[in-house]
Design a binder for this molecule. Structure first.
Ligand code: 13P
Length: 260
């Protein structure tokens, strides 16, 4: 049985005052989801605040990105070693907002895939669990290219890292058309893609594929989490907007808890 994981990606939202309210609200209800893994991904400047608030709970934390370099003249970047220094357990890699919104758009796709693979390697080297985000764009979705896109991302990751490295990772299926749109993928659709992903990994290593956690992300809310999480290959969620509201986020965590 894979342990469900619910990850809250705060993106670029909040202040120290609102983060405190959010953290207090989640912490006060943490006993209602005791057997799942939960991780919070605040903007990096709030990392010490999250660490301080959550250190004695079962809730963990991480960042929304990591540098592909060790250290040096890389203005604005944060290394995996620094994340380790703040006791991070997880890091998000390859989120579509980074793939699309930053220089990453101008890069040749192969260069982008290599950078993501390098970030993954950095995370693993520092003992962090990378949550690798993969998903098709609205255009790719419209022309039925989902499996091509997802399959290619997985193949590149496995080619760069070797399938064994996936035993230390989590995958997240985040269809770009579902992110922040309120247009959640149906549980059946998400299950089909998750099952495709697991089978793709199983071609290389069936044991790793069985234990690999695959999260769904894209407009997950308190009222639609349960049917998504009840699918056999959906092992939890990567939550954006709804992770900014303590009660909503807790409802999602409780839906994951109910899967156990
Ligand atoms: P929303 O839950 O706001 O759609 O965001 C999903 C996401 O991008 C999480 O990483």
């Amino acid at each position: 049985m894979r342990k469900p994981l619910v990850a809250g990606n705060w993106k670029m939202n909040g202040s120290s005052a609102s983060s405190k309210l959010l953290l207090d609200g989640i912490l006060a209800q943490a006993k209602t989801f005791p057997s799942i893994d939960v991780a919070l991904f605040p903007p990096a400047v709030y990392l010490p605040q999250v660490q301080q608030a959550m250190q004695h709970s079962h809730i963990r934390w991480g960042t929304q990105n990591v540098s592909s370099y060790h250290k040096g003249a890389y203005t604005g970047e944060i290394s995996a070693t620094m994340l380790h220094d703040f006791n991070c357990n997880y890091v998000l890699i390859g989120h579509s907002e980074r793939r699309c919104l930053y220089a990453e758009l101008d890069l040749d796709q192969l260069v982008l895939d290599r950078i993501i693979a390098e970030k993954y390697h950095m995370a693993i080297t520092e003992g962090l669990t990378p949550i690798v985000c993969i998903g098709e764009s609205p255009e790719e979705h419209a022309v039925g290219k989902t499996e091509d896109v997802i399959g290619r991302h997985l193949d590149i990751l496995i080619e760069h890292q070797g399938v064994k490295a996936l035993s230390q990772a989590v995958l997240a299926y985040e269809p770009v058309w579902a992110i922040g749109t309120g247009r959640t993928a149906s549980p059946e659709w998400a299950q089909e893609v998750h099952s495709f992903m697991r089978e793709r990994v199983a071609k290389h290593d069936p044991v790793i594929a069985q234990s690999l956690r695959i999260l769904y992300g894209g407009s997950v809310k308190g009222n639609n989490a349960a049917p998504l999480f009840s699918q056999p290959d959906i092992d939890g969620g990567l939550i954006g907007g709804a992770s900014l509201d303590a009660d909503e986020f807790v409802k999602i965590c409780q839906a994951a808890q109910a899967k156990i």
